[in-house]
Structures are given as C-alpha cells and as structure tokens.
Design a protein around this ligand. Structure first.
Ligand code: ADP
Length: 397
C-alpha cells in the first residue's frame, strides 16, 4: 500500500474522518462520530463493503477518537499497516498567520487558539480534535490545513472593509474568506484540465454553505465570504449579504440580543428562512408543487439565490477584466442542473451558452457543459476537500 493521510474535521459535537491515498485520491475508509456529549451518540465507520453503525453515548472528543481508533483496529484497515504519514486537520480560521498548511507544533496550536475570537464556533472545536489526535497518534506528524489560507493573498482592496481603520485593526476585522481549500482545489483542477495557468476564473462553491471566488492566474483576487462565512451568497441557513443596519434595526426595534441575531442570520435565514427548508432538493420540490403560498415562496427563494449568484459573476468578471472559465462545484453546483441552467440563461446576453444535454447529464467526473461558441467555458468540477487536505498535509512531511 502507498502512503496514506488521515483527514480529521472536528466540529463542536462531531468528528468526521477519512483515510485517503493522496496519490490516487482513493478514500480507503471513512466515518463520523456525531452527537458528542449528548445522551444518544452515533458512530459510523465504513471500510470496503463493511459499514458499522454504533448508537451509544460518546462522552467527549477523546472518547469519540478512541472509538474511531478501535474501529480501525477491529473493522480495518489496520492503521499501523496503512503507512499513515500524516494526520491532516481541517481548520476554518487561520487569520493573518497562515497562507498554507502548517505542521502542528505547540506554537501553531497557540495561534489557532488565539484565532478562536474570530471563529468562536469552529476553532475551539478543531482544537479538541487536534489535542486528542496528537495524544493518541503521537508518532505521526499532524498538519493544520486552513480554509482561509488560499485567500491570505487577497489584494488589500478586496480584503479591507471600509471601516474605521483603528477599530478594524484593534479587532482584526478584515475579509478572511472561507472554503478556500475547495476554491483552490477546483481552480487548480480547471487549470490542469485545460493545460493553462493564465486563466481568469470564477468558482461557485454551492453547498449548504455557499461562496464564490475570483481567481486570476492561480491567485484569488476576491471571494464572497468575509470576516466569517456569513457574507456573500444566499445559503442553506445564512442570509449572505445584508445591510448591516438590519442589525441595528432589529436591536432597537425588536430588542433582539446579539446571540439571537447571530442565530437568526446564521441558522434561521437563507433558504430555511425564506421557505422553511434549508435543503435545495426540498425547495425545488416545493417550487414544482401545487399552486399556492408555499410554491410562491420557494420560487421567490430560488430567484433570490440565482440573482445573487449572477450579481457576483458580473462584478467578479469586471474585477478580473474578463472571464475564461466559470465553474460549478459542491452539492448544489455539482447536482442541480436547473440552477446551472438558470444562472447561465441570465448570462446569455454576454454570450454564455450551455449545452442542454451536457448540463443535464449526471456524472462524477469534471466536465465542460458550455457550447463550443460560448464566450466563457462553463464547467462542473466535483470538489474533494478531504483529498485537498490530504495532499496539502503531504507537502509538509
Ligand atoms: P455542505 O456545505 O453541507 O458540505 P453539500 O456540498 O453536501 O453541503 O451540499 C448540500 C446541498 O446540495 C443541499 O442543499 C442539497 O439539497 C443539495 N443537493 C444535493 N443533491 C442535489 C440535487 N440533485 N439537486 C439539487 N440540490 C442538490
């Protein structure tokens, strides 16, 4: 067996993991631990044809990680014989410190901890995963791979908010972006597939969380997520762009507290707030359902989603000074042919045209869906954040 990397994504109440062969891209085994700290936990481990589901309480991240290692022992593959050369940890916020992957030392751990103020939901949860994994797998190098790293090189003009300079500096308020691992992976893949390094690209990562980036010759020059993943496109449960004065208004008129507003904007808005459901497939079903208020709401939500995407494509094309490739990725981007068609139809006045059959065809492969005479090449390129993390981790060991 060739070298492998164990990729870990540790959340506040979950640990997702995958053992990957970075050379072939094969996922050898994967699983998740859910509902950590709750009365009923769930652990799933998949290896080959074997799927093990355990329903048992998982006290904390350490207990969860111990169970995962036990499942590797019992169900396979045996980690000691799997040539695990690194453990790659996904980290949401790398702030101003990290423009690439970092070997986790006590110093790096300290910086990730310092950045908890900027990502209070994510970085503390990542640290729990890092600490138990480093303790239980102390003989393997651990590498942090940051969601923000690809955007560390954003030009100052797109990274800086027009906020009072002293306040912004004091509280580290600037645009860090997110989903960078995916935007980098996909834009690099497009360059490889087309054999060009000079492309002006827009990448639409449309999943439950959604973001768009403008990439010029491999360098990100703008992206829609900002200080946090709240800014930008309309998402499953997040508002995306909204006048910040809505916060003042709801505070003054509605008496809402900051935690309530955080919850409202991050968890109860977007598709969910507009239709009652955050899942795009469910919203599509509502939009095609019987005439009535539910159908109207779903159709309006889809219109808002598409309009926001088109607005970003227009502005990023202007920023890039033209556009060579527009790429769709992630759950919605890869699977929702209707959304791709709706977006591209709005771009028809600019000469963008897609082939209806190519767009409708289902495939797990990277593919072009535009016609030969389209002014912009339109592609669908599946993202693979775990593989991207594994490959980045491998560069440091
Ligand atoms: P996450 O951000 O949680 O990783 P994903 O990238 O898995 O999200 O994307 C999840 C979204 O993709 C959901 O809104 C889901 O409805 C949507 N999706 C998946 N398959 C389809 C499909 N065939 N048509 C429309 N939407 C889809």
């Amino acid at each position: 067996m060739s070298q492998t990397v164990l990729v870990i994504n540790s959340g506040s109440s979950s640990i997702k993991y995958q053992l990957i062969d970075p050379a072939t891209g094969d996922g050898i085994a994967k699983g998740l631990v859910e509902k950590i700290g709750e009365s009923e936990g769930h652990i799933q481990h998949k290896y080959g044809d074997a799927i093990v589901d355990l329903h048992e309480p998982v006290a904390d991240h350490e207990a969860g990680m111990r169970e995962v290692l036990r499942l590797f022992d019992e169900v396979g593959p045996n980690l000691a014989e799997s040539h695990v050369v690194a453990v790659g940890h996904r980290i949401v916020q790398g702030g101003k410190y990290f423009d690439g992957p970092a070997l986790i030392t006590d110093e790096v751990r300290g910086l990730i901890q310092e950045l908890c103020a900027l990502a209070p939901l994510h970085n503390p949860a990542h640290l729990k995963g890092i600490d138990v994994a480093r303790e239980l797998m102390s003989d393997i190098p651990h590498v942090a791979v940051f969601d923000t790293a690809f955007f560390r090189q954003l030009p100052e003009a797109t990274a800086t908010y027009a906020l009072d300079r002293a306040t912004a500096e004091k509280f580290s308020v600037r645009r860090y972006g997110a989903h960078g691992t995916s935007h980098q992976f996909v834009s690099t893949r497009v360059g490889e597939l087309l054999g060009r390094s000079d492309l002006r690209q827009i990448v639409l990562h449309l999943g439950n969380g959604a973001s768009v980036s403008a990439v010029d010759a491999g360098r990100a020059i703008d992206t829609s997520m900002g200080l946090t993943p709240l800014e930008g496109l309309v998402m499953g449960t997040r508002t995306g762009d909204i006048d910040p004065a809505v916060v003042f208004h709801l505070r003054r008129q509605g008496g809402m507290l900051v935690d309530e507003l955080d919850d409202l904007f991050n968890k109860k808005s977007g598709l969910k707030g507009l239709t009652g459901n955050n899942d795009m497939r469910a919203v599509r079903l509502m939009a095609e359902g019987p005439k009535g208020a539910e159908r109207d709401r779903a159709r309006l939500a889809l219109d808002i989603v598409v309009t926001r995407i088109v607005k970003y494509i227009g502005s990023y094309t202007a920023e890039l000074g033209g556009l060579d490739v527009l790429t769709f990725t992630a759950g919605i981007g890869e699977n929702d042919a209707d959304l791709r068609r709706e977006v591209c139809e709005r771009l028809a006045p600019f000469g963008v045209s897609i082939d209806a059959d190519a767009n409708a065809a289902r495939s797990d492969e990277a593919r072009t869906i535009s016609t030969d005479d389209s002014t912009v090449r339109v592609m669908v390129v599946p993202t693979n954040e775990e593989l991207a993390i594994a490959r980045q981790a491998l560069t440091l060991v």
